[in-house]
Design a protein around this ligand. Structure first.
Ligand code: SF4
Length: 369
């Protein structure tokens, strides 16, 4: 662990490099905690380049926490559509409402108050507090953990065997207290641009003289690869009813916020959004299963003799789940009126807040016309 003059030099080198080479990103041009918080949430599962247009569109519509808190959830989800992991958008709005109701619409600057907000964990809280309020909290995300592990030649899985708390402690030790916001961003920037997972660019690195992994020739093998969770194959079938006007029927997301633990829980797989009638099916039994589901849920009567037109299979991945979905298009005289359902023009679904899986099914149905 660096101490004394080497630690001061390490901090100086990294901050100077960051001042000169940092990427010009929209959230780096502000100290508004609302904007910084939004960027951190968007970047949790999304690459920088993909997040930028969403960030800009979102802020155009919701320039502050009050407008976000007051918006219909449907609209928030629509602006999020395509980014995935919709619980992030739902938690954003829950937090906005709490900030307006409990903090006079001013983002709190106290760690325990920030951590009490939905969707904000230790990393996000440290990022917001250091960048927006210059509080001395060190961030530890995957990029920073990799940099610290290489600097100290830490072997093994970084998230196992108590390594993470040690890395958090090391991040706190390295933190430059005079400029915690810049420091945290510099560490993340180093991990994102030079000290990358594969082929780190040690020759360009501003702190290479302090790096144990480079000295020991281990930069390419640290950190060790995490063992991946095995893929779970899921087979679903969906029903795309279409009336003579080109309208279709979607089912509402469930009201309860509870998540099912089942890997094939349909509501989880469609991101708890409006979706086509969908059911998990045994392999090779898609048609029989969707017919039965349609009858049991009163979407189609037992006497219905119309054709179930099989559409192009849809493939989709949600974290460790690999989904194969069999969509069936069924022409009906009139769409059924069943609880928790709504009719929408099939060709207009892209403007709705729907999951990417539902979007793919809609595309397959439109392509079949
Ligand atoms: Fe990463 Fe290489 Fe710099 Fe070490 S010298 S911190 S491995 S880029």
């Amino acid at each position: 662990m660096l101490t004394g003059p080497p630690l001061s030099r390490f901090r100086k080198n990294l901050l100077a490099w960051f001042a000169q080479f940092q990427r010009d990103l929209p959230w780096r041009r502000t100290s508004d905690p609302y904007r910084i918080w939004l960027s951190e949430i968007m970047l949790q599962q999304t690459r920088v380049a993909a997040a930028i247009p969403y960030y800009e569109r979102f802020l155009e519509r919701f320039p502050n926490v009050e407008t976000l808190a007051a918006a219909p959830e449907e609209e928030v989800l629509r602006l999020w559509a395509g980014l995935g992991y919709y619980s992030r958008a739902r938690n954003l709005q829950k937090t906005a409402k709490l900030v307006v109701a409990n903090h006079n619409a001013i983002f709190p600057s106290d760690l325990s108050e920030v951590l009490a907000l939905p969707g904000i964990g230790a990393y996000t809280a440290a990022a917001i507090l250091s960048i927006a309020f210059q509080k001395k909290h060190a961030v530890l995300d995957g990029n920073v953990a990799r940099v610290i592990a290489r600097l100290n030649a830490v072997r093994g899985d970084l998230r196992a065997n108590g390594n993470w708390p040690k890395l958090q402690k090391a991040a706190g030790h390295l933190l430059a207290g005079q400029s915690p916001g810049d420091w945290n961003q510099a560490m993340m920037e180093l991990g994102a641009t030079l000290c990358t997972p594969r082929s780190p660019q040690c020759l360009l690195c501003p702190v290479s003289e302090f790096c144990e992994a480079r000295k020991q020739g281990l930069a390419d093998v640290i950190p060790e690869k995490r063992r991946k969770r095995g893929t779970v194959e899921i087979t679903l079938a969906s029903l795309v009813l279409v009336d003579p006007q080109g309208n279709t029927l979607l089912l509402a997301p469930p009201k309860s916020a509870e998540k099912s633990a089942a890997a094939d829980d349909v509501h989880t797989l469609v991101s708890r959004m409006w979706h086509f009638p969908t059911v998990a099916v045994p392999h090779g039994k898609a048609l029989a299963a969707i017919r039965k589901f349609a009858e049991q849920s009163s979407i189609l009567s037992r006497k219905f003799r119309g054709k179930f037109l099989p559409l192009k299979k849809v493939r989709h991945a949600v974290t460790y789940r690999a989904i194969t979905l069999h969509p069936f298009r069924v022409e009906v005289e009139a769409l059924p009126r069943i609880p928790s359902s709504k009719t929408f023009p099939l060709a207009g679904l892209s403007s709705l807040a729907i999951s990417n899986l539902t979007r793919k099914v809609a595309r397959a149905a439109l392509a079949s016309r």
